[in-house]
Write a protein that binds this ligand. Structure first.
Ligand code: ARG
Length: 280
């Protein structure tokens, strides 16, 4: 907890100085190198990879993924109650290359993390940020995407940056890094925790909270679909997203890291991200 606080504060201070809501340039373990071509349609490449991995899963023949599908564009439900998003497409492809069927369990975010710890899911994939704290309870793959925490406010708000959040009520999602940061920085009385980010945004629209702190990608989606809100261009912390597995499950972790490297190299990862973020 202490280390996370330090990390987030460091990110916060660096970004306060730079005052730019930019992307990470100094990642930790892995760089997100741009593939030369991203013309590959997501999905059907590299069937040659299939069957070269031996992994034991919770349910034979199935890769069980726990998630919280209220986090666009990483995971969301469709009108017919199935799932879509970057994590969903990534996991579908990973399962395919492992020779497994993907089974998605949609639960609360904090429970999605617990499911890998107690062994009821094989992977948790939910735009999950690697933190020191979480690393003590689960293992993480190499990172496949980045995020930053941003602040959403009503267009006419007098809040112009993190320093103005003191004394305000901040909406967050339970169990997220945004929640941890705000509690550490402003105290739990200043924080209103919600089952999902959209609930926090609804409260912002109703005037029940003064701001929402959440990852930039869902923030963009929520603001685009809810007029009257804006995202401040001061960001909180650079974060690396990764896939969580049960602590010590190196068999699955190694297979996933190898597949992630292949997907990066053959353009699949970029194609999936472009499909949901850079489209058009
Ligand atoms: N990146 C943040 C974290 O790891 C938020 C993730 C929330 N994800 C979700 N699917 N609701 O804490």
């Amino acid at each position: 907890m202490k280390k996370l606080t330090a990390l987030l504060l460091a990110g916060f201070m660096a970004l306060s100085l730079a005052a730019c809501g930019g992307t990470t340039s100094s990642g930790s373990s892995s760089e997100s190198t741009e593939p030369e071509s991203s013309s590959t349609a997501s999905g059907e490449t590299a069937s040659a990879e299939t069957a070269s991995y031996e992994v034991t899963t919770v349910e034979p023949g199935v890769l069980t993924m726990s998630t919280n599908a209220a986090f666009p564009p990483y995971e969301m439900t469709t009108d017919d109650d199935s799932f879509e998003g970057i994590d969903v497409d990534m996991a579908t492809e990973i399962a395919h290359r492992l020779g497994l069927e993907l089974d998605i369990r949609n639960v609360d975010f904090d429970y999605a993390l617990q499911m890998v710890q107690i062994g009821t899911s094989d992977i948790a994939m939910a735009g999950i940020t690697i933190t020191e704290d979480r690393l003590t309870n689960m293992d993480f793959s190499n990172t496949y995407a980045n995020g930053v925490q941003v602040i959403i406010v009503p267009e006419d708000s007098d809040i112009a940056g993190p320093e103005d959040l003191a004394g305000k009520l901040i909406g967050v999602q339970t169990g997220t890094t945004g929640e941890m940061f705000c509690i550490d920085e402003f105290g739990s009385d200043a924080v209103n925790s919600n089952d999902n980010g959209m609930t926090a945004v609804s409260k912002l629209l109703n005037g029940q909270v003064d701001a929402v702190v959440i990852d930039n990608a869902p923030a963009q989606e929520f603001v685009a679909s809810n007029p009257g809100l804006k995202i401040l261009d001061t960001a909180y912390a650079d974060e690396d997203y990764a896939i969580a597995v049960q602590k010590g499950n190196t068999q699955l972790l190694d297979a996933i890291n190898s597949i992630l490297a292949d997907m990066e190299a053959d353009g699949t990862t970029q194609a999936i991200i472009d499909k949901y973020i850079n489209a058009g």
